[in-house]
Design a protein around this ligand. Sequence first.
Ligand SMILES: Nc1ncnc2c1ncn2[C@@H]1O[C@H](COP(=O)(O)OP(=O)(O)OP(=O)(O)O)[C@@H](O)[C@H]1O
Ligand SMILES: O=c1ccn([C@@H]2O[C@H](COP(=O)(O)O)[C@@H](O)[C@H]2O)c(=O)[nH]1
Ligand SMILES: [Mg+2]
Length: 242
Amino acid sequence: MLRRRLSSLLLRSPCSSAVASSIQQQHHLLLPTHAEKPPALNLLRLFTSLAGTDGDRPFIAFVLGGPGSGKGTQCSRIASDFGFSHVSAGDLLRNEISAGTDQGEWILEIIREGRIVPSEITVELVRKAIESSTAKRVLIDGFPRCEENRIAFEKITGTEPDLVLFFDCPEDEMVKRLLSRNQGRVDDNIETIKKRLKVFESLNLPVVEYYSSRGKAHKINATGTEDEIFEAVRKLFSSLRL
Ligand SMILES: Nc1ncnc2c1ncn2[C@@H]1O[C@H](COP(=O)(O)OP(=O)(O)OP(=O)(O)O)[C@@H](O)[C@H]1O
Ligand SMILES: O=c1ccn([C@@H]2O[C@H](COP(=O)(O)O)[C@@H](O)[C@H]2O)c(=O)[nH]1
Ligand SMILES: [Mg+2]
C-alpha cells in the first residue's frame, strides 16, 4: 500500500505534452489531489528496490523496437536459448484487460488508441513480474515506452537495465507484419498502427538514444528472416558474460 502510494507521488507527469492532456483528463482520479512532497529517494528505495540490493537482482535486458519489429518473436527465442524469463509489458497490460477490472477497461481504450499507459500502472506490473520471477536473467519486452517510463522505473526500482536491445526495422515492413499478424489484437488495424508508429518515433526512440549515450544499447537489424535476425541476436548474447 505504502509502496503504491509512494509510487504514485513520484509519477505525476504523463509521457509527453502530446499525450498528456487526454491521459490526464481520463486519469486524474489516480493522481494525488494535494501537494505532498515526494519522500527522499533513498527512503523510497528502502521500500522498493528490486530484491534488496543491486547485487541480488537478475540481469535485466530491455527489448525495444517499433510495433511489429519482432520483439516478441525474438524474445521467445532468447528466452529458450539463453535461459531468460520473458516479461512483455504489453502482455501484462492485456492480462489486466482480460481480468475484467475497471482499470482493464481504461487500459483497453489507451491501447486501442495507440497511446501509452501511465507509469504508475506499468512500472508496478513490470516490477512485480521481475520480483516474482526466479530466473537470473529477465527480458523486459516493450518497456520503457517513453522517457517518463524510464525515469519512473529507475527511481522506483533503484536499478538500471544491464543491456538494451533495439530492433531496427523500416516502417513499411513493420506495417506489413502487423497487418498480417492475425492474433485478434485491437491495435492491429491501420489507424492504430499509424498512431503507434508516431508514438514510437517521438517517445520511444529517445529512450533508445538515452541508453545509446550510456553505451548500453545494441542495435540489431530487424529485417530478413526470423532466423537471420536471431543469428545476430545469438552472437550478441553469446558474447555476454552471463
Ligand atoms: N523476421 C520476420 N519476418 C517476417 N515476419 C516476422 C518476422 N519476425 C516476426 N514476424 C511476424 O511479425 C509479426 C509481429 O512480430 P512480433 O509480434 O514479434 O512483433 P513485436 O515487436 O512484438 O510487435 P508489438 O510491438 O506490436 O508487440 C508477427 O506476426 C510475427 O510472426
Ligand atoms: O510499457 C508499455 C507497453 C505497452 N503499452 C501499450 O500496449 C500496447 C501494446 O504493446 P506491445 O508491446 O506492442 O504489445 C502499446 O501500443 C501501448 O498502448 C504501454 O502503454 N506501455
Ligand atoms: Mg510484442
